[in-house]
Design a protein around this ligand. Structure first.
Ligand code: DOR
Ligand code: ZN
Ligand code: ZN
Length: 421
C-alpha cells in the first residue's frame, strides 16, 4: 500500500519546503524534492502539506447525547476539518469515568476508522466533584488525560489528590477553570455588553481564580497541569508568570477567543453562547499575544456540537458551546497567519506538534519514519462559512457568513485517505 503526495509545499514547525511525500504501509517512507513512484498519487500542486492536525479538546457526545453528535459524525467532521487525531471530553452520559466507557470509545474509534480518538477520562465520578474516578483503570483502557470539562473540580483537596494520582499514572489534568459560585448563573462576559443586553454576566475572576488555583496546586506538588480554553487577558498573564517561575503549565485557547468579542451578544444569537464566554477586545488582543509569545501553547476547538433544539431557545436557557472542528484551521489561518500574528509553521506547531507533545501522543510530525497522518490544505481557496453545510450534527456556529481562507483538500490517517481526493 503506497500513496504519493506530489508537488506540494511541506510545512513543519521548522519551516516550509517544496517536497514530495511517499507513504508506504501507513508510514512516511520518503520526503524529497522529487519522488518517482508508480502508485496512487495526490496532486498537491499549489497546496500545502501539513502534519495531521490534532485537537486535544473536543466533545463527541457519545455515549448518551447522540442527538448532538456521535463518534461517527464527529469523526467525519474531524477529518473534514483536517484533523487526524482528537481527544474527546468525558461529559457524556454515562460520564466517561471508568474503564468500560473508555474501552467503548476505543471500540467505536476502530469501528468508525476515520480519525484517531483518544478518550479523556473524568477526574471525579460522574463529574460530580466529590470522589475520584478510576484513574489507573482508565489509563490502562486508553485514556490519555483527565478532565471534568464542563465544570471545575470545586473542592481543592480533591483536585490536589487527583493531580497527584494523575501524575503518578503519567496523566495530566486538563482544567476547565470556572468558579461555580462566582459564575452564579452568568451566561456571558460581565461588562458593558451584558448590561446592555440584560444578560447575567460572569466575571473574568471566575475563570482566573481557578486558573490560579490549579497553577498553585501544580506548583506546590511539582506536577504538570494543562489549562483549557483560556479566554481572559488576566488568565494569560497568570499563566505567563507561572511559566517564568518554571511551573509545569501548558495552556490552550480556541478560535472564538482570538476572533470574537462580546459585542456579538447583543444580537442574542445563542450560537454566541459558549463557556467560558467570549470577552472584550483587550482579552482578544492578549490571547493573540499569548499565542505569539508561547504562553498559550496550542489551539483547540472545544468542538461542542448541540442540536437545534438546544440552541433555539431564549439566551438564558440555551446550551453553551460552538461546533468548531470544521472551521478551526481556516479561522486560525485567516485570523492569525494572514494578519501576520503567526507564521504558517508556527500555526502548524500550535495545531499539531504542540498538542501531541502536551499529551505525549504519537503524531504531530511530518518526517520519514513517522505515522502518515497528513493534512493537505489549499490556502488560496476562499469560502464563506455556512454552518448548515457542516458535516457535524452540530450546526451551531457564530461564524456564519465569515469569509475565510484555507480549505482542507485531503486528510490522511495512517496512510489512508479519510477525507477528500
Ligand atoms: O461551551 C462549552 N460547551 N463549554 C464547556 O465547558 C462544555 C461544552 C459542552 O460540553 O457543551
Ligand atoms: Zn470546558
Ligand atoms: Zn470542552
Amino acid at each position: 500500500m503506497k500513496l504519493l503526495i506530489k508537488n506540494g509545499t511541506v510545512v513543519t514547525p521548522e519551516g516550509e519546503r517544496r517536497a514530495d511525500v511517499l507513504i508506504e504501509d501507513g508510514i512516511i517512507s520518503e520526503i524529497a524534492e522529487t519522488v518517482k513512484e508508480d502508485c496512487k498519487t495526490v496532486d498537491a500542486s499549489g497546496k500545502h502539506v501539513l502534519p495531521g492536525l490534532i485537537d486535544i479538546h473536543v466533545h463527541l457526545r457519545e455515549p448518551g447525547y447522540e442527538g448532538k453528535e456521535d463518534i461517527e459524525s464527529g469523526s467525519k467532521a474531524a477529518v473534514a476539518g483536517g484533523f487526524t487525531q482528537v481527544c474527546c471530553m468525558p461529559n457524556t452520559n454515562p460520564v466517561c469515568d471508568n474503564a468500560v466507557v473508555v474501552s467503548y470509545i476505543k471500540y467505536r474509534e476502530s469501528q468508525v476508522n476515520l480519525c484517531k480518538i483518544n478518550p479523556v477520562g473524568a477526574i471525579t465520578r460522574g463529574e460530580d466533584g466529590t470522589a475520584m474516578a478510576e484513574i489507573g483503570k482508565m489509563k490502562q483502557a486508553g485514556a490519555v488525560a483527565l478532565s471534568d470539562d464542563g465544570k471545575s473540580v470545586m473542592n481543592s483537596d480533591i483536585m490536589r489528590l487527583a493531580m497527584e494520582y494523575a501524575s503518578g499514572f503519567g496523566l495530566k489534568c486538563l482544567c476547565h477553570c470556572e468558579d461555580k459560585d462566582l459564575v452564579g448563573g452568568g451566561v456571558v462576559n460581565e461588562g458593558y455588553n451584558s448590561m446592555l443586553a440584560g444578560l447575567k454576566g460572569s466575571l473574568r475572576a471566575a475563570e482566573d481564580i481557578m486558573i490560579s488555583r490549579d497553577i498553585c496546586l501544580a506548583e506546590s506538588l511539582s506536577v504538570p497541569v494543562h489549562i483549557c480554553h483560556v479566554s481572559t487577558y488576566s488568565g494569560v498573564d497568570i499563566i505567563r508568570s507561572a511559566k517564568k517561575r518554571g511551573v509545569q503549565v501548558t495552556a490552550e485557547t480556541c478560535p472564538h477567543y482570538f476572533i470574537l468579542t462580546d459585542d456579538i451578544i447583543t444580537s442574542y444569537d445563542t450560537n454566541t453562547k459558549v463557556n467560558p464566554p467570549v470577552r472584550e477586545d483587550k482579552d482578544r488582543a492578549a490571547i493573540i499575544e499569548g499565542l505569539k509569545d508561547g504562553t498559550l501553547d496550542c489551539i483547540v476547538t472545544d468542538h461542542a456540537p448541540h442540536a437545534l433544539k438546544d440552541k433555539q431557545v431564549e439566551y438564558n436557557l440555551a446550551a453553551f458551546g460552538i461546533s468548531g472542528i470544521e472551521t478551526s484551521f481556516a479561522l486560525s489561518y485567516t485570523y492569525l497567519v494572514k494578519t501576520g500574528h503567526l507564521t504558517l509553521p508556527q500555526l502548524v506547531g500550535k495545531m499539531s506538534a504542540k498538542p501531541a507533545e502536551i499529551l505525549s501522543l504519537t503524531g504531530g510530525c511530518l518526517k520519514e519514519g513517522a505515522p502518515a497522518d497528513i493534512t493537505v490544505v489549499d490556502l488560496n481557496a476562499k469560502y464563506v462559512i455556512d454552518g448548515a453545510k457542516f458535516v457535524s450534527k452540530g450546526k451551531n456556529t457564530p461564524f456564519n457568513g465569515y469569509e475565510v481562507y484555507g480549505k482542507i483538500v485531503c486528510t490522511v490517517v495512517d496512510g489512508d485517505i479519510k477525507f477528500g481526493e
